[in-house]
Design a protein around this ligand. Sequence first.
Ligand SMILES: [Zn+2]
Length: 395
Amino acid sequence: MAKRLPAAVRDVPGAGGVRESNAAAVLGAIRTDGPLSRAAIARRTGLSMPTVSRQVSALAELELLREVSGLPPTREVGRPTVPVDLNDDVIAACGVHIGITTTTYGLTNLRGGLLGSERIATPSGDPEDVLAKIADEVGAFLQGWPERTIIGVGLAIGGQVDAEHGLLHHGPLGWNGVPARAVLERATGLPVHLDGHVPAMASAELLFGSAGRAQSSLYFYAREMVGVAIAVDGVLHRGPGQSGSIAHLPVGGAVPCSCGRTGCLEATVAERAVVEQAVHAGVIAEPDFRLLLAAAESGDPEADRILAERARALGRAVALVRDVVNPDLVVLGGQAVTDAPAYLGELLNAFADASALPGADLVEVTKFGPDVQAMAACTGLLTELYAHPLSILGA
Ligand SMILES: [Zn+2]
């Protein structure tokens, strides 16, 4: 059984003071630029050599760092020093993404490398029973890594997340005020970190994708739900209370929405909506997105038209948000983009046509591909770990 840690993740913000921020600075420098000598860390962080040495020792004790013996020692101020790097063999973060149809869970190492992931159909029924079933599956999955120290479980989900009280509200799942954190902590014995799935995906891009190097970035997600997140200077914007929504962004077209209007983004591009349209048009017999993709690949013109129109609606929506936010980088994620790579050109052309701003080349696709949900869920915890390494590991 994996080692269990008692740290309560939710108690962390604000904890630790100077020692914690120094540890985070050292760990951050090594994460982005390691392996590094202690002197190089001091230069990058502006900390004194004794402080760096103390923090390196503390972080090595927590098995976050290790000396790299395979590299030639660097000569700093007269004596050779052994560089230090992340220790990616010990600490791991588990993540669970509960989607409308699919639940994904996975485990990543410190570098955000996915060690493994599994998918199940999201169970139906009473929310607490659903969470208990998912916790059982996750517990069995984690048995596969007895040598790892698992720092907790990140839960990423659409809808509204009340991280302060550990509650979830998810309209499409019919969940209202579900005490997800308490239920999952009880069932897994691990600390649980809740986050909205789109902010969690944007955090993954900041930590391990190219958004971390952009001054400002816009993350745009689409599958069954749609959402955006904005980061400036490496910090994700989190508004008061409820997160913003682009579900009803008008993208044109005749698809009716539950809000009473037509042409709302989510109602137009959601996988279930597109699949339903294809069944209705007689393109596929079963409501399965893979069948629709296969039909398009084998040359069915109606399947192709449906997928191309979806891509164009997405492109118009990305342009609308991009023009408002004017970011340096736009990252597209979610299976609406990554499962249909043949339609990316269509999406980008619609984006370029609809955007009133110059520079259509600032759009890129997430490198996490279909693992985006698992990565996002795990990364919520890693973001906490990199910000508060000592508190998270109970040091
Ligand atoms: Zn609407």
